[in-house]
Design a protein around this ligand. Sequence first.
Ligand code: ASP
Ligand code: MG
Length: 440
Amino acid sequence: MKVMKFGGTSVGKPQRMKEVAKLITADDDRKIVVLSALSGTTNALVEISSLIAAGDRNEAKQKIWELEALYYQFVDELLSDDQLISEAKKILAEHFEFLTIILKISFSEALNKDILAQGELLSTKLFCLYLEEQQIPHRLLPALDFMTLDTQDEPQIGTIKVKLSQLLTKHKDTPIFITQGYITKNAKGEVDNLKRGGSDFSASLIAAAINADVCEIWTDIDGMHNNDPRVVKTTRPIEQLSFEEAAELAYFGAKILHPASIWPAQFYNVPVKLLNTMEPSAKGTLITEQAGSTGVKAVAAKDNITAIKIKSSRMLLAYGFLRKVFEVFEKYKTSIDMITTSEVAVSVTIDNDIYLNEITRELEAYGTVEIDTNQSIVSIVGNEITETKEVMRKLFDAIHDIPVRMVSYGGSRHNISLLIPRSFKDQTLGALNAGLFGLE
Ligand code: ASP
Ligand code: MG
């Protein structure tokens, strides 16, 4: 079996949704199709929910009407059969009535999750009606029937596995299943979600749970690229990455894949393919256990990084200093991304500075603390990077006039990270594109 996941833009226009129907019927493989909400919907729902939370019911009502109008138009363009159109409109009425009723009851976090779930519930139901119109045999598999979180809000892969296998056996003649990305039940049995962009994570969990042959993530770009296309002019897709390389890239800024979605596929060894709905025959990027080749494959950058340097004269020949420093971060549930040390000082970076003041205050007990905000981590990702001829020289040549604040290598064999001021990010990515890839 295989899993095919389509993101918001791939289903965001009636025409695109029709293309998806073609893609899922291009072969006879039995499959589970995971859909996001139509592009823009989750953002709109987040806005509606915050308006309701703020007590701004009139504005919320206005936004609900606007969204509703979009969906009515969508249905008119998607379907042509009168009976199916009226069925679709009944579904829209139901979901938008639900949103309108919510306006009248008092707001809670559980209600917020219910609101956010509407996007994926709608996209999958409308898509199923289109498949029905096209007489494509299929079945809607509600994610809320098998996706579950434990009390730590972590997906319960064991339970998901059991429930999915029961459902697949029960409907053993169904060739195509449609399900929602993003939404899940939580440990309390309420509707919840896997956080923004979580549909990739859903797809990877499902693929792992059914031990799929492949997990295809369909978006609007032809795979993971070697650099950020929003910053540099020329980028090219990467043919193959290992799970580790892909995880580094996803975490350090490549927007195409949600970072959490790597581990289920990796743990259950399901190959992941990143493919382009606009150009289905393009190769895309294959992510497997094997790296495919050696050398540098990509650079990516992550913004809004804060660097913290703790300098202690007592660190000289002392032990236990790092533990004390790390304990402060642990106490404030703040994870550290990069770390470099010298004999008398340690520098770390964090991307979440909610507790920066508290952390600084406690660290001052151990030495002088210096903070640099508005930094970026530029990550150079590849396989056996430093064993590859000339890479280090090319890298340092390329960045010779960038004020690099930290350098980290050796944590793994596939990542060199540089910390630079955010204002030098574009220049750095451009210089690395030329120096490492020979691209403009
Ligand atoms: N619809 C959700 C979002 O926009 C989940 C997803 O698209 O992955 O965040
Ligand atoms: Mg998305």
